[in-house]
Design a protein around this ligand. Sequence first.
Ligand code: UTP
Length: 299
Amino acid sequence: MLPFAPREVPVNQPLRKVVIPAAGLGTRFLPATKAVPKEMLPIVDTPTIQLIVEEALRAGAQEVVVVNGRGKGAIEDHFDRSYELETELRNKGKKDLFEQVRRISDSVRIISVRQKEPLGLGHAVLAARHAVGNEWFGVMLGDDVVDGDDPAIGQLARLCQKTGKAAVALMPVPESQVHLYGIGAGKPFEDGHILVDRIVEKPKRADAPSNLAVIGRYVLPPDIFEVLANLKPGAIGEIQLTDALAVLASQGRLLGVRFTGTRHDAGDRLGYLQANIAYALKRADLREGLLAFLREVTR
Ligand code: UTP
């Protein structure tokens, strides 16, 4: 464990900034992700990262720091104004599409930072250090979608504001999958949440402290950056955010939040397809046609 004296900063209310790490290689989606970042792959017609930004905005965030890697210019372009496209849509009288496109760039202040090499999630979060500064912030993984009326990142932020502790979203997974996740365990806290005292990245099934997986929503204090800056590579040779969370857990400063909402792992091919079907089924213009097709192909 690191010799680490926390410089605690009071939780700001409400959450203002979120970091979206989007600099991974997305190897599970090759060849699609050779030139297109996986965070730009659409769920029906909306890039995954836009759904995540919209969740942040619904939770009251004002600034989104996107951690980009090589070839991730498409993300910057997506949230920027597109004069040619807007002019064309307006000239052709496509008012709804024009407004949709305009809304994306008008609704949010995006700051781009670069992770020069994909050395792990912890390393990606550390790249946002100067853009975040000395305040609490959210982290939302660019390939984890949580669908629900109450934005998951907002649920975490409210608990942080109430308790002064950091928070991660936890979800039970089958034991056969614990080796794919950060896994947390601890003592019961109010409302079904837990006070995390152990958290480990990608444990073997036999070593997993529970089946509660960390999924891609976190609200963290700024002193986490100091911990990250001093971490050595952990599981799979990467700088792991989970290892920094373990330091908070050892200080009794980390809550595991049993959030409400449906999570889709859009970074995984099956999870991505499921997310597309789930979102399409919620659309009045697609639902009947899709159901008819699914009945047909599964007969
Ligand atoms: P993943 O491990 O799911 O992303 O990281 P990956 O490495 O791109 O995926 P595969 O396994 O090769 O298909 C979760 C999130 O963290 C970001 C990713 O972009 C993704 O949104 N990430 C990961 C970074 O920003 N930098 C990294 O070094 C690693």
